[in-house]
Design a protein around this ligand. Structure first.
Ligand SMILES: C[S@@+](CC[C@H](N)C(=O)[O-])C[C@H]1O[C@@H](n2cnc3c(N)ncnc32)[C@H](O)[C@@H]1O
Length: 283
């Protein structure tokens, strides 16, 4: 859990804050290099959409281990600033270790006081708010009058094979279940385009553009069982199901995931379809 003197106010996002300060945050820190490799192209697409320029001020919302904060810092140089904000103490600790010269804040972006910025940016860090309209309305107030928003989030689970295949495999052992239902705070909260549009409109944004991005993402670069286990049992809905399963069933479910993923190994490991929204808007 966050320490008493952290910038995180326990409130409506308690469950997610506990989640990202617990085993999920630890899993992301452990797998940081592989996860960054996997989702970097998706984050870069949102940076392109934001048209971030030298001299601008950017807030990286839910910056995690800081990969995009580093990329944004290169874009805003010279003269610009980037602040990375996240509720997860272990992930921010990793970010600070990677980029000691950048500014990071352990804080709940839905309520924290943020510096005025030209760009609100996020790579998969804005889908976890208990009250998304209130959170985005709050974040919007940090934007300069001509400021803009740009982020990447997941579309529906079924189109994201990197997540749905391991979940289906785990469910063959654990029984049916989806710990990350669409519309709930979690990775697929914004799967429904109309709901996402309504959320941003209600929060006061204008010129909202939501367009699909489909890419095969590199999940792992080898095909041995150990690599497959590490790659597919640590993130997404399958990881959440595994974390809640009794140990004997968990091992069987991981075995089923590895067996499924063996069938997907190509010459360069496993790459699987990812389906996202690239979202931009103006203050
Ligand atoms: C899927 S991870 C993505 C991390 C990072 N953006 C990346 O792409 O590597 C989601 C991140 O959002 C953060 N997060 C969730 N709720 C948040 C909130 N209310 N305020 C700030 N960060 C939050 C989590 O701690 C986690 O680091």
């Amino acid at each position: 859990m966050p320490s008493r003197d952290s910038g995180v106010n326990m409130g409506r996002n308690d469950e997610q804050i506990a989640f990202w300060n617990g085993p999920a945050g630890e899993r992301w820190v452990t797998a940081q290099a592989d996860l960054d490799h996997m989702i970097r192209p998706l984050g870069l697409a949102a940076i392109e959409a934001a048209q971030v320029r030298a001299g601008e001020r950017v807030l990286d919302i839910g910056c995690g281990c800081g990969d995009t904060t580093l990329a944004l810092a290169l874009r805003v140089a010279p003269g610009g600033t980037v602040t990375g904000m996240d509720v997860s103490e272990p992930m921010i600790a990793r970010a600070r270790a990677r980029a000691p010269d950048l500014a990071f804040q352990v804080a709940d972006a839905s309520t924290a006081t943020a510096p005025e910025v030209d760009v609100l940016y996020s790579r998969f860090g804005v889908m976890f708010f208990a009250d998304p309209v209130a959170a985005f309305a709050h974040l919007r107030r940090a934007l300069a009058p001509s400021g803009r928003l740009a982020f990447v989030c997941w579309r529906e689970l079924a189109a994201n094979l990197w997540a749905s295949l391991p979940l289906q495999a785990a469910n063959r052992v654990l029984g049916p279940g989806d710990p990350t239902p669409p519309g709930e705070p979690g990775p697929f909260a914004f799967a429904d385009r109309r709901k996402l549009l309504g959320t941003l409109e209600s929060a006061g944004f204008s010129s909202i553009d939501i367009r699909p991005l489909d890419l095969a993402v590199p999940c792992c670069e080898a095909g041995d069982d150990e690599t497959l286990r590490a790659a597919f049992a640590r993130i997404g809905p399958a990881a959440r199901r595994l974390a809640e399963a009794p140990p004997d069933l968990r091992e069987r479910a991981i075995g089923e995931i590895v067996a499924e993923m063996r069938t997907r190994v190509g010459p360069n490991g496993v790459a699987l379809p990812a389906a996202c929204w690239i979202v931009t808007a103006r203050r």
